[in-house]
Write a protein that binds this ligand. Structure first.
Ligand code: HEM
Length: 414
């Protein structure tokens, strides 16, 4: 195991549990354990979990565009890896999962997926990203303005930045932004543990509050061209119902907020742990961001369900099987990347799988890159050297390992 991988492992959370894991199996950050599987056995059946794990780069790209692998929620829900007995809950098989979340286009196949995605896709065009740049720069400058000895990259910078950016693109007022930090984890929990009564209560409350904030905003004047404006117009034209407006708004909040804030933190943490801060600055944020995305993504895996038998890498996936596609592991494939466990800012990367592949390729990839690049550029302009001021604090967020605190101290050489 390389130093970089060991360091990443050490920094991973000690508590909490990933839904894709067998209770009792000791793991810090479960997804980290899959990194080394990449080319040894690119597709495997995990007996304990009862799922297929796909870690090979080629197999991941093949399966993410396979017509018999569905992103849609099967009738039994997404939570079959936990049984009620295991959780101590009497209730549920996933059937109580919110209908709103089932409407998310991320969890639907074409044509429903494409129809809903198309409505908000203009938010992420090249022109819109160019227009977002000064907004992001201003926000980062404001957040970095107070003089501090120690900067908490998450609390002081990444969390307020990414929540404000989501509000900006959706057309929600700025004062909604702090509420995203409550909504996002509660909705995420609902996605994987909707047999637990307290998770259902909190998750539904969060979704209800999102819909109320959307309704409030739509009662006023939402900025023309914003996400709510696009959704409101589609609703007015009779193309979608109000449920769809709420669904896509809550999807953008869920998909765009903690994914990005955590990635910004992970990027800084990876550079520090690998002793590569100067290399990041030297390589330039654009090139560095791609390697940082490859090296340690915030979305380690995505799930698919087989709707018909699928033959891959000498295995037959049966209809109805759950397939976990391990993006982070595929990004460490030695067949594709030289010395893959080494963080090499400036490495030329033709393709990585951090934002997925195929029809569900991340809609917000450009925005996530922009936010991270601006943060690295601004921090790099201030600091030649950065050190950790305290051990990072992480929270297991079911599929995602969220960084809550990353305290750093920066300075110049002279
Ligand atoms: C989809 C990763 C930031 C919006 C995805 C997928 C991945 C991903 C892996 C594919 C899901 C699948 O195939 O099932 C990330 C990472 C981010 C990030 C690592 C940050 C570093 C964002 C941002 C937004 C966003 C900033 C929007 C504001 C979406 C949406 C989808 C998606 C709407 C669903 C696309 C579809 O189903 O067609 N993201 N994402 N993401 N992402 Fe991101």
């Amino acid at each position: 195991m390389s130093d970089a991988r060991q360091t990443a492992h050490d920094a991973a959370p000690r508590t909490g549990r990933c839904p894709y894991h067998v209770p009792g199996r000791a793991q810090a950050d479960p997804c980290m354990d899959y990194l080394h599987l990449s080319d040894d056995e690119p597709v495997r059946w995990d007996e304990d979990l009862g799922v297929w794990l796909v870690t090979g780069f080629r197999e991941v790209t093949e399966l993410l565009r396979h017509p018999s692998l569905s992103a849609a929620w099967p009738e039994h829900g997404r939570t079959r890896l936990h049984t009620p007995a295991e959780s101590g809950s009497e209730s549920g098989d996933g059937s109580r999962t919110s209908e709103l979340v089932r409407k998310w286009f991320m969890f639907n196949d074409d044509p429903a997926h494409a129809g809903a995605r198309k409505i908000v896709a203009p938010l992420f065009s090249a022109e819109r990203l160019a227009a977002a740049r000064p907004v992001v720069e201003k926000l980062v400058d404001e957040l970095l303005a107070p003089e501090r000895d120690v900067l908490d990259v998450m609390e002081d910078l990444a969390v307020p930045l990414s929540s404000r950016v989501i509000c900006h693109i959706l057309g929600l007022p700025d004062d909604v932004a702090p509420r995203l930090a409550v909504w996002a984890p509660d909705i995420a929990a609902l996605l994987v543990a909707d047999y637990l009564p307290e998770v259902v209560t909190r998750g539904y409350r969060a979704l209800h509050e999102v819909t109320a904030a959307v309704d409030d905003a739509l009662r006023g004047e939402v900025p023309e061209g914003s996400g709510l404006w696009l959704l409101g117009e589609a609703h007015r034209r009779g193309e979608i119902g109000l449920q769809d407006v709420w669904a896509t708004a809550s999807l953008l909040i869920y998909a765009g907020f903690e994914t990005t804030s955590t990635f910004i933190g992970k990027a800084v943490r990876a550079a520090l742990h690998a002793g590569a801060w100067e290399d990041v600055v030297k390589a330039g944020p654009d090139a560095a961001v791609e390697e940082l995305l490859r090296f340690d993504t915030s979305v380690q895996q995505v799930a698919r369900f087989a709707t018909a038998p699928v033959d891959v890498a000498g295995h037959r996936i049966a209809a109805g099987d759950l397939v976990l596609i391990m993006l982070g592991a595929a990004n460490r494939s030695p067949a594709v990347f030289d010395d893959p466990d080494h963080l090499t800012p400036g490495r030329e990367i033709r393709r990585h799988l951090t934002f997925g592949f195929g029809a569900h390729y991340c809609l917000g990839a450009g925005l996530a890159r922009l936010e991270t690049e601006v943060v690295l550029r601004r921090l790099g302009a201030r600091w030649d050297v950065v050190e950790e001021a305290a051990a990072p604090v992480t929270r297991s967020h079911y599929g995602l390992t969220v960084l809550e605190h990353l305290k750093v101290r920066g300075g110049t050489r002279n």
